[in-house]
Ligand binder design. Structure first.
Ligand SMILES: Cc1cc2nc3c(=O)[nH]c(=O)nc-3n(C[C@H](O)[C@H](O)[C@H](O)COP(=O)(O)O)c2cc1C
Length: 193
């Protein structure tokens, strides 16, 4: 089975979780590509069996330009201890998801990272991600997942292990989607002559 994981990350937590989900999937013999959202194309879900999308929770939901600016400013403060991922200032998932090519029922899953605590207080970006995936014609095959960070913005080994386990569960529950089509369907018309 082939999977693509697309993530948005400013401080690296969501990136680390994306890598852990990929490891869990590879343990189950999946062929997985992990892409930061600035490198993901609108078609990147089109030739895989499962598209997994994850991002950080900002002000209860997906990052916006203004919340990304706040995050950049917070990282620039002396002693913040925060370092920014490449292209952290965006565009991010909020801009990429509406342009994603139609999934036509393809399989997808969504996750986020956020602070510890009840979702009533923290929000959860993964709900917004799953909603946007459905709007693009994807079938979300597992409940959304949150992986939490401490007040010091640290991911624990326990959360990373949970992500790995979730990746393995995704690999188990996702069936072939694109690749059970006849091979002829995958060959562009102009390549047939
Ligand atoms: C501007 C900003 C707003 C945030 N808002 C929330 C929030 O509403 N709820 C929450 O649980 N965490 C919030 N967080 C914490 C992030 O979700 C958390 O640190 C996340 O792991 C960051 O992921 P990243 O390292 O991949 O950027 C916020 C962080 C920033 C910088």
């Amino acid at each position: 089975m082939r999977a693509v994981i697309v993530y948005e990350s400013m401080y690296g937590n969501t990136h680390a979780i994306a890598n852990a989900v990929a490891e869990g999937m590879r343990d189950k013999a999946c062929d997985v590509t992990v892409l930061p959202v600035h490198r993901a194309t609108a078609e990147c879900g089109a030739h895989c069996d499962l598209l997994v999308v994850g991002g950080p929770t900002h002000v209860h939901t997906l990052p916006r330009p203004a919340t990304r600016r706040s995050a950049v400013e917070a990282a620039a403060k002396p002693g913040s201890g925060l370092s920014l991922e490449p292209a952290a200032e965006g565009p991010g998932l909020r801009e990429w998801l509406p342009a994603l090519a139609q999934g036509d029922g393809a399989q997808a899953a969504a996750f986020d990272t956020r602070m510890e605590g009840p979702t009533l207080f923290t929000g959860q970006a993964s709900h917004g991600i799953a909603q946007r995936l459905r709007r693009r014609g994807y079938r979300v095959i597992q409940p959304v997942q949150s992986f939490t960070v401490s007040k010091q913005n640290q991911l624990s080994a326990e959360q990373t292990e949970r992500a790995r386990t979730w990746g393995a569960a995704l690999a188990f529950s996702a069936g072939p989607f694109r690749h059970d089509r006849p091979v002829a369907d995958l060959i562009p018309v102009d390549a047939e002559q």
